[in-house]
Ligand binder design. Structure first.
Ligand code: URA
Length: 258
């Protein structure tokens, strides 16, 4: 898929000059950047992500300690059973079912979101609503089918009315996600949204400052990139260009790790 098709899959409109057909990449760069009223500014060609433009690795401020929880010996089957029977926090009383995570258990890419919403709670699978469709398009934009990656959330149960996860709920669920990361051993973790990023990395930095940088999931030294949540992008489509840059950064770090 060429770049324009990828951006199209993400729902990013690329403006091209009237009277021209598809243009070579460099020409498109020019045509988008010199139009002041353009909605999306796509100014990060793949090759632009070089060592020089890569941000300095941010140390993870708080300790992410591997849990001493009993999950540590679980294989996938035991872990999934344990999660589906979990009653560690109050969310078990309001859930329809747990949402364990889905995808390739040997994936290079691990996508981490916040928590199941209504549709995910009904279907038992993460990111199946509108935000999920956009996430699929974002993945496609970097050449990934949904089935190639693993998708999980900070929480395995839906918080009532989609409220933010509470610290005690995150703490109860954390060992499950940590064990999933250990089992998958992904080459890159992409956090979508503030809640995912702040809870995984144990920081309270605003998402606008986290995106575009390289973090590290310290227990395993896995590079982490943060981008906007697809639900936010649905509300603020003009931010899609920034997410596109984040995806390119994630892809380049993934390739570096290969
Ligand atoms: N939003 C998330 O963060 N996760 C889901 O699974 C669905 C919506």
């Amino acid at each position: 898929m060429d770049k324009l098709a990828c951006l199209d899959a993400m729902g990013i409109d690329v403006w091209v000059r009237r009277g021209t057909d598809r243009q070579p990449e460099s020409a498109v760069e020019e045509s988008v950047t010199d139009e002041p009223f353009i909605e999306e500014i796509i100014d990060t060609p793949d090759q632009a992500i070089t060592q020089e433009t890569l941000p300095v690795e941010m140390p993870v401020v708080a300790n992410i300690e591997q849990t001493t929880d009993e999950v540590w010996n679980d294989d996938w089957e035991n872990l999934e059973k344990r999660v589906s029977a979990c009653i560690k926090c109050d969310l078990h009383t309001s859930r329809t079912q747990t949402v364990f995570g889905v995808g390739n258990k040997k994936a290079d890419w691990l996508i981490i979101g916040e928590a199941p919403g209504a549709e995910e709670d009904r279907q038992g699978e993460p990111f199946v609503g509108r935000a999920g469709q956009l996430l699929n398009a974002m993945l496609l934009a970097v050449g990934l089918q949904r089935e190639q990656v693993f998708i999980a959330n900070i929480l395995k149960c839906r918080p009532p009315n989609n409220r933010d996860p509470r610290p005690e709920e995150v703490a109860c669920c954390e060992p499950y996600l940590q064990r999933q990361i250990e089992l998958i051993q992904p080459k890159i973790i992409l956090c979508v949204g503030r809640i995912a990023a702040q809870n995984l990395l144990k920081v309270d930095t605003p998402i606008g400052k986290m995106r575009g940088r390289r973090y590290s999931y310290k227990p395993l030294n896995i590079p982490v990139v943060v981008t906007y949540h697809p639900a936010y992008l649905l509300r603020s489509p003009t931010q899609k260009g920034k997410s596109w840059e984040d995806l390119l950064l994630a892809r380049s770090l993934m390739e570096e790790a290969s």
